[in-house]
Design a protein around this ligand. Structure first.
Ligand code: UD1
Ligand code: UDP
Length: 363
């Protein structure tokens, strides 16, 4: 089976790493790797290939940034030519970014089998660009690999056939478990002058949080208060860096003595950082899952999550964007007793292998 695998953004690289490693054990699969170029900064792309040992892509489409329509259209144009040249048996997409739906549409319209990994997740919030990408990609996919039971339920409710749905576990967690020991060698805590168990980590990049200056100002006000009690490492996404530079509302991060601002961190540094944090504040999808496995309390700065199993596990709490709610969530997470919870079903480091086996059996 000639299988084109798509990656384009930071979380895609982390997921695709697990799949590329798994294919090595299945000779029936001949994988090709396409990088769309949606993320391109060294710290958002190359660093992950190097650290995670991902093979160099067979092609980088180099599409870069743009509006949703421009970026999606550019990926489609470039990817269509590549598919016509290479004639794959199937195309595999992961996650919910613009590269996912763009390449998915190209495959479906050329009549090529489309496989979606991380299928069925739903926030039920169509103001999120990712929710549109998830709904549309699943609607046109032939094989749907789910990371948690809610994904299976959502797909069945939307009318997908039970034979096309497979609950396989979480490829992002495969990569975490594979790198957990290695990450311990990272010197990041010393570099940032942080003591294990005594600091918070923050990431922010959702348009709903960073594009609206009033919402961003409210979040910054909560951060300003929390850092008076505990140092905070804020690993700033390039989208957010741009918006923070333009933002004139709310307190200034540079004036917060206990906030450590960093560029986006490499995978191993970031894994070590969150593994030893007292609490993580984030609007990331993947980080909600990683903290669940690391058993670190996570405050999700959103009103909903497409990953409900992380809430059921006891380690994730939705606190929205209101400063008072963020602060009371932080108090609960840091004052109370540590949550106890169980590892979600099949988040055991073998999701990639299950996917590769199913694909190999269905050549
Ligand atoms: C994208 C995904 C989002 C995912 C996130 C992971 C979509 C619609 N969004 O959001 O679902 O959670 O990636 O990080 O696909 N930029 C750089 N350098 C880069 C990449 C981006 O400077 O390497 C800046 C550019 O100014 C760009 C902006 O970030 O315009 C946004 O990039 P884009 O890929 O469009 O969306 P993300 O916010 O990164
Ligand atoms: N991550 C990283 N360095 C950082 C921030 C995040 O390596 O500075 C990793 C994180 O561990 C997770 C992934 O990037 O595996 C999440 O990506 P992101 O939050 O950008 O996207 P999302 O998961 O929200 O789509």
């Amino acid at each position: 089976m000639k299988l084109i695998n798509i990656c384009g953004t930071r979380p895609n690289f982390i997921k695709i790493a697990a799949l590329m490693a798994a294919y090595e054990h299945y000779s029936a699969i001949e994988p090709l790797l396409v990088h769309t170029g949606q993320h391109y900064d060294q710290r958002m792309s190359d660093l992950f290939f190097r650290e995670l040992g991902i093979p160099q892509p067979d092609v980088n489409l180099g599409v870069g940034s743009g509006t949703h329509a421009a970026q999606t259209a550019e990926i489609m144009k470039q990817f269509e030519s590549y598919v016509l040249e290479n004639r794959p048996d199937a195309v595999l997409v992961v996650g919910d970014v613009n590269s996912t739906i763009a390449c998915g549409l190209v495959a479906a319209k050329l009549g090529i089998r489309l496989i979606h990994v991380e299928a069925g997740l739903r926030s039920f919030d169509r103001t999120m660009p990712e929710e549109i990408n998830r709904l549309l990609t699943d609607a046109i996919s032939d094989m749907l690999f789910c990371s948690e039971p809610s994904g299976v339920d959502n797909l069945l409710r939307e009318g997908k056939s039970a034979e096309s749905i497979f609950l396989v576990g979480n490829v992002m967690i495969d990569t975490l478990l594979r790198n957990r020991d290695k990450a311990e060698d990272s010197p990041i805590l010393e570099t940032l002058r942080l003591d294990g168990g005594d600091y918070a980590v923050l990431t922010l990049h959702r348009p709903a949080n960073v594009d609206d200056p009033d919402v961003l100002a409210g979040i910054l006000a909560a951060i300003g208060e929390i850092q008076r009690h505990m140092p905070i490492c804020f690993a700033v996404h390039p989208r957010t860096r741009k918006l923070l530079a333009q933002n004139t509302k709310g307190p200034r991060l540079e004036e917060m003595a206990h906030v450590r601002l960093t560029d986006p961190l490499g995978y191993l540094d970031f894994l070590k950082l969150i593994a030893h944090a007292r609490v993580v504040l984030t609007d990331s999808g993947g980080i909600q899952e990683e903290t669940t496995i690391l058993q670190v309390p996570c405050l999700t700065l959103r009103e909903n999550t497409e990953r409900p199993v992380t809430i059921q596990s006891g380690y994730n709490e939705l606190v929205g964007m209101d400063p008072d709610r963020i602060l009371s969530g932080w108090k609960r997470a840091t004052n109370g007793s540590a949550p106890t919870g169980s590892r979600p079903e099949l988040w055991d480091g073998r999701a990639g292998d299950r996917i590769a086996k199913i694909l190999s059996d269905n050549v």
